[in-house]
Design a protein around this ligand. Structure first.
Ligand code: B12
Length: 459
């Protein structure tokens, strides 16, 4: 039977997958756990441990441990959970990975939250204290367009150092339902926005001017975003977020975005050609190149993300992507390897086709090929990705980009140079060490895949 006390103690853990060195001070804190803390009743004493900065404390000081996990963190999260449970401390888990694979997570946890904690956390904790903890707490998938969540609890970050703790979420949900993403499925197919006045009040409580929005698409619904932007324009804050390029079609909206203090936007281009190209869907490469130019000319740093490895990508994709990024003078290009995360349509497809190379979740990190590509070998995909990153972050490429970006040249240069290090440290594409995955492994895993499917079907 679990302990009950007037002031029970909850330990929340953000697992680290590797040592980060000084880079850890340039990270953003996990909003997930700050939000979980915010919906934990006030009689609970909450401690947050970010494993990249803190040691994991002794379990005897806590009544309950809560662990969050994205897929690449799952293996480490399970190790931590197993340790606490073997010391007799119950563990609950939540976040994207336990949400999509609750049964797997339950082999390491006493209970799992599927989806958003806000609607289920109080019941879970009440059940826990009453000795009737259930295995699964499933949050309903929201259907409306409103997001009603409390302000996140930043004070639990005391004593840690981050780039900024002034992160905030204005909206959740996404109507696009991309095959490589789980957001629509678990957070709903509409943009759900918080009340603008509430967001602005939270921002007003920040001691500094910088605000980082952790939304999927802050400008997804311009009508809902406008009052937030207008409010920020009056406050004189500086902010950055993730969004889609489309907003820039509306020149007035772009002007408002710039006037509201936007200094940087992260946009997913995904692919410059083919089925997964966001360019093709919204007017083609030339219109999108024009939209990018408009954003840059408004003095906003534009970080664009490209994914390599879709089924219609052959080896020419690396060159065409580099040339597109060069022509558009993207301020900061990011290149990722396609990763079929569990819970996505892509994962389901590759699983059915026997194309997943393994299920080592720590390697589902956008930096390793974990599936058999269609028109390339895994090795060709990996080498092409390494070469593209090295070329894009060579000094001539950086200077050419910075030169073509009229606004914020210094910040842009600093940001690019900061990115150069990790790209340079990638193993050279002609290194022998790159034989990270071979044909035998693929054959072996295709068999494993088939066996898995047969056993799933037999159930
Ligand atoms: C902002 C963001 C980032 C920021 C993170 C900043 C930070 N430190 O928080 C940045 C840009 C750095 C980032 C990086 C990455 N990200 Co990211 N990111 C997001 C995004 C857009 C929002 C996450 C967020 O903060 N949401 C707000 C919080 C409040 O919501 P939440 O995390 O879902 O938590 C709620 C519930 O899940 C639950 N919950 C969560 N944890 C727990 C724990 C317990 C105990 C309980 C009870 C409940 C619970 O309650 C919370 C409140 O409702 C999501 C997309 C999305 N909409 O989820 C992708 C997402 C989480 N990211 C993803 C990925 C893959 C990455 C990267 C690996 C990408 C890369 N190539 O580098 C890296 C990993 C970085 C790392 N730290 O290790 C994927 C994860 C997929 C997966 N299956 O793992 C997502 C889902 C994007 C996607 N479209 O697929 N990311």
């Amino acid at each position: 039977m679990y302990k009950t006390q007037a002031h029970p103690r909850l330990l929340l853990i953000y697992p680290a997958t590797h040592k980060l060195g000084w880079v850890k001070y340039f990270q953003l804190p996990s909003l997930s756990l700050q939000q979980v803390a915010a919906v934990t009743p006030p009689n609970w004493e909450v401690t947050l441990v970010d494993e990249s900065q803190d040691h994991i404390p002794n379990g005897s000081d806590f009544d309950l441990v809560g662990i969050t996990a994205m897929t690449h963190q799952a293996a480490r999260a399970y190790e931590i959970a197993d340790q606490f449970r073997s010391d007799g401390v119950p563990v609950i888990m939540g976040g994207m990975h336990p949400t999509v694979l609750p049964e797997e997570a339950l082999t390491h946890a006493d209970a799992v939250v599927i989806g958003e904690a806000e609607s289920v956390m109080a019941t879970l904790l009440d059940d826990f204290l009453g000795g009737r903890l259930q295995k699964v707490y499933r949050a309903p998938i929201p259907q409306d367009d409103k997001l009603d969540i409390p302000w996140s609890r930043r004070e639990i970050l005391a004593g840690k150092r981050y780039l900024t703790t002034q992160t905030i979420q204005a909206s959740r949900g996404c109507p696009y339902d991309c095959a490589f993403c789980t957001v629509t499925q678990y957070f709903g197919n509409r943009f759900r926005y918080r009340d603008a006045a509430d967001i602005l009040a939270e921002i007003r409580s920040f001691p500094r001017k910088l605000v980082v929005f952790l939304d999927d698409n802050l400008l997804g619904d311009p009508a809902k975003a406008r009052p937030i932007l207008e409010g920020m324009a009056e406050m004189g804050v500086k902010w950055g977020s993730q969004t889609s390029l489309r907003f820039a079609e509306d020149r007035e909206l772009l002007k408002l975005v710039a006037r509201s203090g936007c200094i940087g936007l992260f946009v997913g281009i995904e692919s410059v050609t083919g089925q997964f190209s966001t360019l093709a869907k919204s007017g083609g490469q030339s219109l999108q190149a024009d939209l990018m130019k408009r954003i840059r000319d408004a003095g906003i740093i534009l970080e664009t993300s490209f994914i390599f490895g879709f089924d219609d990508h052959d080896q020419s994709i690396f060159e065409s992507t580099l040339r597109f990024a060069e022509e558009c003078a993207v301020s900061v290009p990011t290149f990722n390897l396609l990763t079929p995360y569990p819970g996505t349509k892509l994962f389901q497809q590759y699983q059915q086709e026997g194309r997943l190379l393994h299920r080592e979740w720590s390697r589902y990190n956008h930096g390793e090929v974990v599936f058999q590509p269609k028109l390339m070998s895994p090795e060709q995909l990996y080498r092409g990705w390494v070469e593209a990153r090295k070329e894009a972050y060579s000094l001539p490429s950086i200077f050419s980009r910075v030169w073509k970006n009229p606004g914020r040249r210094f910040t842009n240069l600093a940001y690019n140079l900061l990115r150069k290090g990790p790209n340079d440290r990638l193993k050279s594409a002609d290194s022998d060490e790159l034989s990270f995955c071979n044909h035998m492994e693929i054959v072996h895993n295709a068999d494993a895949e088939k066996n898995y499917l047969e056993s799933e079907n037999a159930r």
